[in-house]
Design a protein around this ligand. Structure first.
Ligand SMILES: [Zn+2]
Length: 150
């Protein structure tokens, strides 16, 4: 199922149930933040956005090293502060894979229309609409992708 007319940077698609998260108060961000046997922190992975309810909060409940934060911490002016804080080496030892995953989360939370447009990313890629990895994220290009495929 695809969603249309999502409110940019306000509504998100839950990575667990694939339904709309209507607002920040209903959402959470989860990831896995493992350590080795000596307690040394390893690169985080599996960043996801989900509903803040017992059905969708899966990593936090079921997996070792699961971490969960309420989505409301990433709203408004705190969003950039929180997101940049997590990139700090003191917080996470990112490797290239975990950084790529984190960038995807960052885009979903900060780029208007990206959350809706990413539903069509595969189709857009097939038609050459995301060849330029910078300009494809501009608002007008994301709206173009949405209008082309919705
Ligand atoms: Zn959900």
């Amino acid at each position: 199922m695809k969603f249309n007319n999502m409110i940019p940077l306000e509504q998100f698609i839950c990575d667990t149930c694939n339904q709309i998260i209507e607002n920040y108060g209903d959402g959470a961000i989860e990831w896995i933040s493992p350590s080795d046997e000596n307690g040394k922190q390893l690169p985080p992975n599996s960043f996801r956005i989900c509903h803040k309810n017992s059905n969708c909060y899966s990593i936090y409940k079921k997996v070792a090293f699961g971490v969960s934060r309420e989505l409301v911490n990433f709203s408004d002016k705190m969003k950039i502060i929180e997101l940049l804080g997590m990139i700090d080496k003191e917080y996470f030892p990112f490797d290239q894979n975990s950084l790529n995953e984190y960038i995807e989360l960052f885009r979903r939370l900060t780029i208007p229309y990206y959350e809706e447009a990413r539903q069509y990313w595969h189709e857009a890629d097939n038609e050459g609409l995301i060849e330029n990895k910078i300009t494809c994220y501009q608002e007008n290009n994301l709206e173009k992708i949405i209008n082309r495929f919705k």
